[in-house]
Design a protein around this ligand. Structure first.
Ligand SMILES: Cc1cc2nc3c(=O)[nH]c(=O)nc-3n(C[C@H](O)[C@H](O)[C@H](O)COP(=O)(O)OP(=O)(O)OC[C@H]3O[C@@H](n4cnc5c(N)ncnc54)[C@H](O)[C@@H]3O)c2cc1C
Length: 453
């Protein structure tokens, strides 16, 4: 259950071991958090500072595997940490050397301390006042929703069945109270259907507790949802091919400004929220915080009027204590088995989806007494699908938000393109005028959240 990075990762892993797999996603693949990330395949420089070396090493290894297995969508990107204080050269210089070392044979390139002139060569638009130089290091960048759609196609090729717009409404149980299947509903027809399974995996990210409570009303919450937003500007704010990394914002977090599809992507925030929603909305204070932080590092100060798109995502962080400070929560993943036998895999990050899936399928197979079969995904390529049918776009929003990234790059332009997309889709899928009108109204309502008023 769940068609984000984690769920589709589990489907690929289990199917490529030779198990029978059905994946059900309530909305579109990637509608949840997996299309709303910062789009970095990274070890997490921040976790290095928190001293979590094993987490960083695991993620750096996964970064290397992902570059090898999906080279068409993952690339090596330079990041400059601008230096305005004397101590920043030794501090970040040494820290990033440790980052290089932890990557070992999966390294992306050696970090180096930059002079003022060199820093300006990489980032011509960096704030000059007080600038002493920078530190350059390398990490991975990708297109999250595109990779996910290619992963869906890969899962199909491995023999899995994946359905979008098929939400799980209830879990079925045997006489001993063990989960043995699901009741799901086709969102397009309203038709209910049942599927029986030896083991049911809950990979619904920030929504995980909902299904856990379906299985056991008393289940203690595992997830501390935390919202992060991004602002998108035109490419002139960060021309060239190097990102900026700010290791310490005023609220003690990291912030990135990254070139992405010809635009400049700035993020992110970390705001605890009470509940996960499918279409979260950026809060004013989050927007103001990113604008003011970006203004300290960019020579030309971005304003609200420059924002082409704003979007929010919810981190499925694993709860510790009261969940009040989510920035300090671990990004480790967890495989949890409830009394009912429901297997929940959550936490982690995009970068580590493959390892999360491996750990989850190991546990699930053991629990269900499936024949033991080794994980093969370390060497399994994720390649571009040749079959457009496997992209499974069903709505105008699917096309404009996740098959292309128009909505995430420029919301007003996406709204302008919507009627033409609706026409084409209606022709391809055999729908009429009613469908088009409904689709356009739905899309405009969603896209309004991506525009700053
Ligand atoms: C702002 C932000 C920036 C981030 N940046 C990065 C980054 O740069 N690099 C990185 O590695 N990680 C990053 N992450 C983390 C990463 O995006 C997430 O860890 C990852 O996407 C989680 O994937 P998931 O599949 O667990 O959850 P999701 O992608 O949310 O998928 C869960 C799915 O379950 C579905 N679902 C829910 N209930 C049901 C049901 N009843 N039936 C069927 N389906 C259901 C939902 O519709 C959803 O699609 C970032 C996260 C955020 C919020």
């Amino acid at each position: 259950m769940g068609g984000g990075a984690t769920g589709v990762g589990v489907a690929i892993d289990a199917a490529s071991r030779g198990y029978d797999v059905l994946l059900l996603e309530q909305s579109d693949f990637g509608k949840g958090t997996s299309s709303r990330s910062t789009k970095l395949v990274h070890g997490g420089v921040r976790y290095l500072e928190q001293g979590n070396l094993s987490l960083v090493m695991e993620a750096l290894r996964e970064r290397g595997l992902l570059l090898r297995n999906a080279p068409h969508l993952v690339r090596n990107l330079g990041f400059v940490v601008p230096r305005y204080d004397w101590w920043e050269a030794p501090f970040y210089g040494i820290g990033l050397k440790v980052y290089d070392l932890l990557a070992g044979k999966y390294g992306f390139g050696a970090s180096q301390i930059l002079s003022l002139e060199e820093t300006l060569e990489y980032i011509p638009t960096v704030e000059l006042e007080g600038l002493r130089g920078g530190v350059l290091y390398y990490d991975g960048q990708f297109d999250d929703a595109r990779l996910l759609i290619d992963m869906v196609a890969t899962a199909f090729e491995q023999g899995a069945t994946l359905l979008n717009y098929a939400g799980v409404e209830a879990l079925t149980k045997d006489d001993h109270g063990h989960v043995n299947g699901v009741v799901a509903v086709d969102a397009e027809t309203g038709e209910e259907f049942r599927a029986a399974a030896k083991v049911v995996v809950n990979a619904t990210g920030a929504f995980s507790d909902n299904l856990r409570r379906q299985a056991d009303a008393e289940a203690v919450a595992m997830i501390a949802p935390s919202q992060g937003i991004h602002l998108v500007f035109d490419g002139s704010f960060l021309p060239g091919d190097t990102a900026i990394m700010v290791p310490h914002t005023s609220d003690g977090r990291v912030m990135f400004a990254i070139p992405w599809h010809g635009h400049t992507l700035v993020g992110t925030t970390d705001t605890p929220v009470a509940q996960a929603t499918l279409e979260p909305v950026a809060m004013d204070q989050e927007v103001d915080f990113l604008l003011s932080t970006a203004s300290r590092y960019l020579a030309r100060k971005p304003t609200r009027a420059d924002v082409l798109s704003v979007w929010a995502g919810i981190r499925p962080l694993v709860r510790a204590g009261d969940g009040a400070n989510t920035a300090a929560l671990s990004r480790d993943h967890v495989v949890h088995i409830d009394k009912s036998g429901l297997v929940t895999v959550c936490g982690g990050k995009w970068t580590t989806y493959r390892k999360m899936a491996e750990d989850c399928v190991d546990q699930a197979a053991m629990l269900a007494h499936l024949e033991e079969r080794a994980c093969v995904t370390e060497h399994l390529p994720i390649h571009r699908s040749e079959d457009p049918g496997l992209e499974m776009a069903r709505t105008v929003e699917d096309v404009l938000a996740r098959r292309t990234r128009a909505l995430f790059l420029n919301a007003r332009a996406a709204i302008e393109a919507a009627p033409a997309v609706a026409d084409n889709m209606a022709r391809e899928l055999g729908f009429g005028e009613d469908w088009k009108a409904r689709q356009l109204a739905d899309f405009q309502a969603i896209a309004a959240n991506y525009i700053l008023h």
